[in-house]
Design a protein around this ligand. Structure first.
Ligand code: HEM
Length: 218
């Protein structure tokens, strides 16, 4: 596969994961409701999702997108390194690109490790753990989330990882829109603003949830 096709694959899987993030964030918003609505709504939503075959398919596509996005990024990085076998004598990358654009690999690795921890805490626990039931008799995923964010270090880890997510999205969305040729002369600035709003909004939105649960449900 040539470099352009690989970049397009990175952009498409990245944009699909952005869509997942929006749906996931909206699905987690009931956590902010007053009790007992927060618990009942959150558990009802999780149960509805886990029984929906379309959502199960979307889960598989999400997992596949994470894998493809990671593997292709490794191939592209290797290619870029071997294409430039002699390093620049004077390298001043800071003058041409911000630090987070040059650290996408590091930010992506942090997110991958975050995902492993995240899936172990919530997804694994919900599927295979001993989870209690709420007043409506549904598996109490809400209780699992509240219990996880009682620990200061775990809450702080989430907030830090959401910082990494924000910077990864900041460069990722801009880069994907350039790869897909969405950078129109007239709408370029508008699109750039939309990308920044998305990156800041999604990462800040996710960071608020653990902090809210830690402070309000502790
Ligand atoms: C910070 C606030 C977040 C909370 C409270 C949260 C909560 C949850 C919960 C409760 C589940 C289990 C749901 C289930 O299996 O039915 C889950 C699954 C998942 N979360 Fe999160 N999440 C958060 C942030 C994130 C972020 C930032 C990402 C990605 C970078 C992410 C990626 C995932 C994935 C991939 C799954 C598995 C979904 C599936 O089974 O299709 N989550 N999350």
């Amino acid at each position: 596969m040539d470099t352009i096709a690989q970049k397009i694959l990175m952009a498409l899987t990245g944009l699909f994961l952005c869509l997942f993030l929006v749906v996931h964030l909206v699905g987690n918003l009931p956590l902010l409701m007053p009790l007992p609505a927060a618990q009942l709504r959150f558990n009802a939503y999780s149960e509805a999702l886990s029984h929906n075959p379309l959502i199960r398919l979307a889960s598989l596509v999400t997992l596949a997108s994470v894998l493809v996005h990671t593997l292709v990024s490794l191939v592209l990085t290797r290619r870029n390194r071997s294409a430039r076998s002699v390093r620049y004598a004077v390298a001043r990358p800071a003058e041409t690109s911000p630090w987070y654009a040059r650290r996408m690999g590091l930010l992506g690795t942090i997110l991958l490790l975050f995902l492993l921890v995240h899936m172990r805490t919530f997804w694994w626990e919900y599927k295979f753990g001993e989870v209690g039931v709420d007043a409506a008799g549904r598996r109490d995923l809400y209780g699992v989330v509240v219990a996880a964010f009682q620990a200061e270090w775990y809450t702080a880890l989430y907030v830090l990882c959401m910082g990494a997510l924000g910077y990864h999205l900041l460069h990722g969305v801009a880069s994907a829109s350039r790869t897909l040729g969405l950078h129109h002369r007239r709408y370029g600035r508008w699109l750039e603003g939309l990308g920044i709003t998305f990156a800041v909004g999604v990462s800040a939105g996710f960071a608020v949830l653990p902090v809210f649960v830690y402070i309000m449900r502790g």
